[in-house]
Write a protein that binds this ligand. Structure first.
Ligand SMILES: [Zn+2]
Length: 107
């Protein structure tokens, strides 16, 4: 079973950090009003995104490891895969599957 969805959100966070850093470095740093601020943002955006992506990845990985360790843990009703953290939704609490990405209601 593939758990590639563990790295989707961290990947987007890294991409957003890189885009913000590049925009600040090459677009806004030439602007007289925000040039100094843009240089600060350019130097901190990607390292902050890297740390945030690592924290999100580890948070999701811990959920999968906890699921693997607990034999009574709820599984995805579609594929039997590991479920993520419980979220509040319109129709009650649910969890998203790390394997197939579909939702399973939690009670
Ligand atoms: Zn599933």
């Amino acid at each position: 079973m593939s758990y590639w969805r563990l790295s989707v959100l961290p990947g987007f966070i890294l991409l957003a950090g890189a885009i913000v850093a590049l925009m600040a470095r090459f677009v806004f740093s030439k602007t007289p009003m925000v040039g100094a601020l843009a240089d600060q943002v350019a130097s901190y955006a990607f390292p902050v995104a890297l740390v945030l992506a690592f924290v999100v990845y580890m948070w999701n990985l811990l959920a999968v490891l906890e699921w693997q360790r607990n034999p009574d843990a709820a599984a995805c009703r579609h594929c039997g895969g590991p479920l993520g953290h419980i979220k509040d939704g319109r129709w009650g609490p649910y969890s998203k599957c790390f394997a197939c990405g579909r939702n399973t209601p939690r009670t």
